[in-house]
Design a protein around this ligand. Structure first.
Ligand code: PEP
Ligand code: MN
Length: 343
């Protein structure tokens, strides 16, 4: 249920309503709007109409049911788009289109720093790099793990760029949160509920990738796990879904960007690298994502894609990344967004 407070409700009124929600067995989540506060009361759906009694409390304007199955992620509770501040001057979900770029896997310190410097110079705002890798085959490169994290921390410091890396295991969340500015949940873990709940306890933003087999509703339910566990800073990432088409690695569900914009206040970014699987298709899909209203892009970039330890075929080399960033400018402008191509 949504408890809408009156514009002149006091702090005391708010506290009293929160207390009452808890005493009825529900969890209050306060959302601060421009003119008023609303409280999302979440819990057992079956007895929720008892919350209607809150209408008699001082400061309460009305109590209305939330119709979507995902409550806190829905636009019903928070019609205004969520802006997520990742680092000073880096906000996802604001006016600026944010590009996240870097290698699929961290392979060594030198390549990571070299890539970080390059992508930053060409306008990327966040460096990506996997240390713990979810690989389909147990015989494939599994990532440098802790050593990779160390290199990532170093690149962050030396180059001065915020970083994102994947967490696969609930037991690794704290360790990774010490280094990463954003924690990534990969497509394969989108319904790892133990991991999602754990990520609800960290004070860092989470980038949640859509699973290759999850519907948009299931995707939002996964976001709901993180938010309802205490972390409202969730960024959604469309990275392609599995269809009958095999000309591309996955099928980029570009319509998901529009559907998500209608249903959720959370920012949405698109990963055309995993969506297509081939570097030559990445720039076109990046433009499509911007045109559809994405808040950002996640692009795999490698100094030598032909010798990459993972996802080489879909990684842009330096010249193609630079070219793509330049070609994106008119699309970003047409979409009514800003783009600071650092020079
Ligand atoms: C990745 O970002 O390198 C990755 C493994 O992506 P996904 O989880 O979308 O497959
Ligand atoms: Mn990858």
């Amino acid at each position: 249920m949504i408890i809408v407070l009156k514009p002149d409700a006091t702090k005391k009124d708010l506290e009293q309503v929160k207390k009452k929600i808890v005493s009825l067995g529900y969890k209050p989540h306060v959302i601060h709007g421009k003119t008023r506060k609303v409280i999302g009361a979440v819990g057992d759906e079956r007895g929720k109409f008892i919350l209607q009694t809150l209408e008699s409390l001082p400061g309460v304007e009305k109590v209305v049911p939330i119709l979507s199955p995902y409550k806190l992620a829905s636009k019903e509770v928070k019609p205004v788009k969520t802006k997520i501040r990742v680092a000073p001057g880096v906000v996802i979900g604001g006016d600026e289109l944010v590009v996240i770029a870097g290698p699929c896997s961290i392979e060594n310190e030198k390549m990571l720093i070299e890539t970080a410097r390059f992508v930053k110079e060409k306008g990327a705002k966040i460096l990506r790099g996997g240390a713990f890798k979810p690989r389909t085959s147990p015989y494939s490169f599994q990532g440098l793990e802790r050593k990779g994290l160390k290199y990532l921390a170093r690149a962050r410091e030396v180059v001065g760029i915020p970083v994102i890396t994947e967490v696969m295991n609930p037991g690794d969340v704290e360790m990774i949160a010490e280094v990463a500015d954003i924690l990534q949940v990969g497509a394969r873990n989108v319904q790892n509920f133990a991991l999602l709940k754990k990520l609800g306890k960290v004070k860092k933003p989470v980038l949640l990738k859509r699973g290759m087999m999850t519907t948009i509703t299931e995707f939002l339910m996964s976001a709901e796990y993180i938010i309802s566990s205490g972390n409202p800073r969730v960024i959604l990432c469309e990275r392609g879904i599995r269809t009958f088409e095999n000309a591309t690695r996955n099928t980029l569900d570009i319509s998901a960007v529009a559907v998500l914009a209608e249903r959720t206040h959370l920012p949405v970014i698109v990963d055309p690298s995993h969506a297509t699987g081939y570097s030559r298709y990445v720039p076109a899909m990046a433009k499509a994502a911007v045109a559809a209203g994405a808040d950002g892009l996640m692009i795999e970039v490698h100094p030598e894609p032909e010798s990459a330890l993972s996802d080489g075929p879909q990684s842009l080399d330096f010249p193609s990344f630079e070219k793509m960033m330049e070609e994106l400018v008119p699309f970003v402008r047409a979409a009514g967004r800003t783009f600071s191509l650092a020079r």
